[in-house]
Design a protein around this ligand. Structure first.
Ligand SMILES: NC(=O)c1ccc[n+]([C@@H]2O[C@H](COP(=O)([O-])OP(=O)(O)OC[C@H]3O[C@@H](n4cnc5c(N)ncnc54)[C@H](O)[C@@H]3O)[C@@H](O)[C@H]2O)c1
Length: 258
């Protein structure tokens, strides 16, 4: 850990940290000095072991957690408090995203619609509901909700996903007004179409349909990678953004202008 680490002494919970973009968030949060709980339905043990080798055994833990399940979220928060003693940063990154296939609104199964909502927005609500009391008690906290550039653009054939991320955006704005008095910042980070491992490996159709049009929309004419998101993540998680709340930062090469 360098002496200029911007999250030195902080404790973070990162949901959806075991795969895709989340793995990159996990490595960077740890590299900036934060102790870290990786929570994901996928097993994050291997990544946690990698981070522990680099930053020490007390720097990281992982817990298999379904963010849509209130009991599981409560257990995760209790485990984090027990292990690290506080929670300063919550990154709500878990979502049902990479496996989703393009579907017209007239064809989306209601069970799938509900599943997307339960993970992508109920999960963000439940994590906030159970983490915020610990931030309120210490009168400091950073909540970073991962939204999406699709909210501003309203892309077709992903109505469930786009709606869920629109709800995340609205939730962020509303909750920033409630938690501001406790010195808690709540912001959205909105990635553009990002070539995460999950997107590349799990969804060739989405990749084929979205990669080229994404380039056309951007001011900066290149593909987006998880690494492109890390600077904004650290900004929103660190003291550098202590007077920024209720905002959406789009990191998408200039595809949207919020
Ligand atoms: N890749 C992109 O183009 C892109 C663009 C905009 C926004 N995003 C958002 O960024 C985030 C990461 O995307 P990604 O590309 O890494 O895709 P991804 O689908 O791999 O990421 C989702 C992560 O959440 C986990 N997860 C799924 N259901 C869960 C549950 N019920 N409880 C806990 N964890 C659960 C998955 O295991 C995975 O680690 C998501 O919120 C996604 O919506 C991605």
């Amino acid at each position: 850990m360098s002496s200029s680490a911007r999250l030195d002494g902080r404790v973070a919970i990162l949901t959806g940290g075991a795969k895709g973009i989340g793995r990159h968030y996990a490595r960077r949060l740890a590299a900036e000095g934060s102790r870290l709980m990786i929570a994901d339905v996928a097993d994050g043990r291997e990544l946690a072991e990698e981070i522990a080798r680099r930053h020490g055994a007390n720097s990281v833990a992982s817990a298999v957690t379904d963010v849509s399940d209130e009991g599981a979220v409560q257990a995760l928060v209790a485990k984090t408090m027990e292990r690290f003693g506080k929670i300063d940063i919550l990154v709500n990154n878990a979502a049902l995203f990479a496996p989703l296939q393009e579907q017209k609104v007239t064809e989306i199964d209601v069970g799938l619609w509900d599943k997307v909502m339960s993970i992508n927005i109920r999960g963000v609500f439940l994590m906030t509901k159970h983490v915020a009391p610990h931030m309120i008690a210490q009168k400091y906290g950073k909540i970073v909700n991962i939204s999406s550039g699709t909210v501003a653009r309203g892309i077709p054939n992903f109505a469930h996903y786009v709606t869920s991320k629109g709800a995340v955006t609205a939730f962020t704005r509303a909750v920033s007004r409630e938690l501001g008095e406790y010195n808690i910042c709540v912001n959205n980070l909105a990635p553009g179409f990002t070539l995460s491992d999950s997107v590349i490996n799990d969804n060739p159709q989405h990749l084929a349909h979205s990669q080229a049009p994404s380039l056309v929309r951007r001011a900066l004419k290149r593909d987006e990678y998880p690494q492109d998101l890390l600077g904004a993540l650290v900004f929103l998680a660190s003291a550098d953004s202590d007077f920024v709340t209720g905002q959406t930062i789009a990191v998408d090469g200039g595809a949207t202008n919020n």
